[in-house]
Design a binder for this molecule. Structure first.
Ligand SMILES: [Zn+2]
Ligand SMILES: [Zn+2]
Length: 331
């Protein structure tokens, strides 16, 4: 029988469609074959030797052979740092200046790598770059929200093969994010505790949706997952903002992020995916009611009219089965 499940934090609903439910291992076969990229592509703007095709690096990590990671302003950014945030009204309608900061993190010189296949040092560099850019960008007075994310493959919205992540800072906290924080605030007022800490404690108590854990983080498939193999990685201790991640947590986070992505890579045949680091707005970095986490969404199904019309996602898999599949997979 199908059932509705509620996301305890956001109060959003999903439908677990048992009539259409598929076993976890069947998602692998629905994947397109990804072409094996070459280790170096002379036409690629992110490959070594083509540094002049991007703006100058704002952050760089070097190793013996040259650069190991570069962060650069996004040449094709949707927003521009030299604009203001001035509101102008046109009758009923509202415009604001297109201020924002957009950067690309070129994760490694190797064109054919990705976080599931790169070395331990490389994935740690990536997380160090996330922290460095987050911290630097948060000092800009007009910035409210910093979103770190990664699009992997064309279904996830990227056309560039070279491994890269993105950081976009906006002067606006949109309703989608504000609503989550508002719900968390109400819960804190009612129960006196962080709803994300409470949910994590419940996931640990129930165990069946846990993928893996280490000293600092837990990875699990949420009870109300919106799509097959949705995974979250959350700090065990209460942490409002990704920007405050310490050195020990950088190591632990890069390790668990890579392990979960490896499991998805090997278990599902390198599917396209997005991951997003959700963090409190920069002005609220020490809030007691919000808790940063990473959500990984493999693009295995396509949201359609019902999802667009209602915001209720139909998930054709059981999160418990997806979690067990990933948990039992060795990488
Ligand atoms: Zn490249
Ligand atoms: Zn918390």
């Amino acid at each position: 029988m199908p059932e509705f499940r509620q996301n305890f934090a956001t109060k959003e609903w999903v439908i677990i469609a048992t009539e259409r439910a598929r076993r976890p291992d069947t998602f692998r076969h629905s994947q397109r074959e990804r072409k094996n990229p070459p280790p170096f592509d002379p036409q690629c703007p992110f490959c070594p030797g083509n540094e002049d095709k991007t703006p100058a690096a704002v952050f760089q990590i070097n190793d013996d052979g040259g650069w190991a990671l570069r962060a650069v302003p996004n040449k094709y950014a949707a927003l521009a740092e030299d604009l203001g945030t001035q509101r102008t009204h046109e009758g009923l309608f509202l415009r604001a200046g297109g201020y924002g900061i957009a950067e690309v993190i070129i994760e490694t010189p190797a064109h054919d790598q990705n976080p599931a296949t790169m070395g331990r040092e490389s994935i740690r560099n990536v997380v160090l770059a996330y922290r460095n850019r987050y911290t630097d960008i948060s000092l800009h007075e007009k910035v409210e929200l910093i979103t770190v994310f990664r699009n992997h493959g064309s279904r996830a919205g990227t056309s560039l093969e070279h491994p890269h992540s993105q950081v976009i800072a906006t002067p606006i906290t949109p309703p989608h994010v504000r609503d989550q924080i508002y719900q968390a605030r109400i819960s804190y007022d009612t129960f006196g505790s962080c709803i994300y800490c409470d949910m994590l404690a419940e996931e640990i108590r129930q165990q069946e949706r846990i993928i893996m854990e280490n000293d600092n983080f837990v990875a699990y498939c949420p009870f109300a997952s919106r799509s097959p193999f949705e995974a979250r990685i959350i700090p065990k201790l209460h942490r409002g903002s990704f920007g405050n991640i310490n050195d020990e947590e950088v190591n632990a986070f890069s390790h668990i992020l890579q392990e979960v992505l490896k499991k998805i890579y090997t278990g599902l045949g390198d599917p396209d995916y997005n991951f997003i680091i959700r963090s409190a707005p920069v002005q609220d970095s020490n809030v007691k009611h919000y808790h940063w986490y990473t959500v990984i969404v493999p693009r295995l199904t396509t949201p359609a009219g019902f999802e667009m019309g209602t915001g209720i996602y139909i998930n054709v898999s059981y999160p418990e089965q997806c979690a067990r599949f990933l948990r039992e997979l060795s990488t």
